[in-house]
Design a protein around this ligand. Structure first.
Ligand SMILES: Cc1cc2nc3c(=O)[nH]c(=O)nc-3n(C[C@H](O)[C@H](O)[C@H](O)COP(=O)(O)OP(=O)(O)OC[C@H]3O[C@@H](n4cnc5c(N)ncnc54)[C@H](O)[C@@H]3O)c2cc1C
Length: 414
């Protein structure tokens, strides 16, 4: 394949891992990564955790050492956006007008923060890239500042924790009754609410933003939908993300909540693939398409797409996984639950002491599991989900019975 050029659009985790896999699998053609950011590929999770609080430094976030790209003959075109994709002509156009040809192309353009209207104010942040994280880190570092976080999702709650740990006075505003409700439901959302309240965070729930207040172009706070005025030195908006599908649109790919791909991460064009946040992937185990905006999906999806580009037989069907760290609470979540997609939520371990595993069940089968301050159980939780076995709830919630015994006959007889 020496004559081939494989083009990767998007210099994030999915793109960088795809390039690595192409070389590991013996691809000797040209590999180019086009990335809109000036930074070489890095991981975003630290931006709302250790990097934001100042406990992790810049050199810990990158996917590869700076010399890795030259050593592996991976050409990096950074700080430039691709603006058009001509699938029939096999050509990508960059914003400076340059055209790049390709044999196969991977779309790994990730997502962008969803923005609220009229939020072009100093002191108001959307946390998506490291440049924004640097500014926010500096704003939070001294402590003692009034911080309002809009949105009680993952990024909002992690940012609230980071701001609080740095000694700021933090308020979170969200129209939902509990934080993280869409992902976890009310019962476990309330656990996160309690955790934050214990650390002094003021949660203003059931309350959205009516408007931001400002003075001389600098945010001074906001007025809630209930008419309450909250003043702030710093406002962070975390109200979700949307997939960057513009190139897919210009190439006339099938788009529906991201770029639609099959289980081998192939788009509707035979030479274009998609991975990471942008891909709405057919998942054989779930029997439907899912778009997963999480780190593990970029980490594993990029390599899977690379193997698919090389013509290997690929079935990409990992159990969806994500994690969070807030204060002294670490958790991992495996599985996928649609709204109303479970009929039972049960616990193994110490729920009040926040050291437990939660299981979501539907018709007796485990569809998702979340371990909180309990470690090294993800393979077992995922094995249980993947097995599709009907489980006995008494056994499932009994910490003395190994989880493996519930789905692996070999473990049961050991
Ligand atoms: C602050 C933060 C914290 C997070 N924490 C967690 C966590 O704790 N756990 C977890 O599981 N997940 C977490 N995530 C989610 C995780 O980081 C993402 O799922 C992951 O970054 C997706 O990787 P990606 O490579 O698909 O896309 P991205 O990381 O978004 O990278 C895509 C890249 O493509 C570039 N690009 C876009 N359009 C173009 C174009 N037209 N031309 C050229 N380049 C383009 C973008 O600028 C970007 O650099 C977090 C995300 C953020 C923002």
């Amino acid at each position: 394949m020496a004559q081939h050029t494989f083009l990767i659009v998007g210099g994030g985790l999915a793109g960088a891992k795809a390039a690595q896999t192409l070389r590991e699998e013996g691809f000797t053609g040209r590999i180019k990564i086009v990335g809109a950011e000036l930074e070489r590929p890095y991981e975003r999770p630290p931006l709302s955790k250790g990097y934001l609080t100042g406990t992790a430094e810049r050199d810990t976030i990158y996917v590869h050492e700076p010399g890795w790209y030259d050593e592996h003959e991976v050409e990096l075109r950074l700080g430039i956006r691709a603006v058009d994709l001509d699938a029939a002509g096999h050509q990508l156009t960059l914003e400076d007008g340059e055209h790049l040809g390709y044999s196969k192309l991977l779309l790994a353009t990730g997502s962008s923060s969803r923005r609220l209207p009229a939020t072009d104010l100093q002191g108001l942040y959307y946390l998506r890239d490291v440049g924004e994280a640097d500014k926010l880190r500096a704003a939070l570092a001294t402590g003692g500042r009034g911080v309002v976080v809009v949105g009680a999702g993952w990024i909002g709650m992690e940012t609230a924790a980071a701001a609080c740990v740095n000694g700021n006075v933090v308020t979170v505003v969200d129209p939902q009754p509990t934080p993280l409700r869409a992902a976890l439901g009310d019962e476990l959302g309330e656990m996160f609410a309690e955790l934050h309240r214990e650390h002094g965070v003021d949660l203003r729930l059931l309350s959205g933003v009516r408007e931001f207040t400002s003075s001389a172009g600098h945010v001074t706070g906001l007025i809630t939908q209930g008419g309450e005025t909250l003043s702030a030195d710093v406002v962070v908006v975390g109200v979700g993300a949307q997939p960057n599908v513009q190139l897919g649109e210009s190439a006339r790919l099938t788009i529906d909540n991201g770029i639609v791909v099959d289980q081998a991460l192939r788009t509707s064009d035979p030479d274009i693939y998609a991975a990471g946040d942008i891909a709405n992937t057919y998942h054989p185990m779930l029997g439907r398409h899912v778009r997963v905006e999480h780190w593990a999906n970029a980490l594993h999806g990029g390599p899977a797409a690379a193997r698919s580009m090389l013509g290997q037989h690929v079935v990409y069907d990992p159990v969806p996984y994500f994690y969070t760290d807030q204060y002294d609470l670490g958790m991992e979540y495996s599985g996928y639950v649609e709204p109303g997609g479970y009929d039972q939520l049960v616990y193994r371990g110490d729920r009040r002491g926040r050291q437990f595993i939660a299981f979501w069940l539907k018709a007796g089968q485990v569809v998702a599991g979340m371990n909180v301050n309990v470690w090294d159980v993800t393979p077992a939780v995922q094995g249980l989900i993947r097995s599709g076995r009907h489980v006995d709830v008494e056994q499932l919630t009994d910490p003395d019975i190994p989880l493996e015994a519930l789905f692996s006959p070999a473990a049961a007889t050991r």
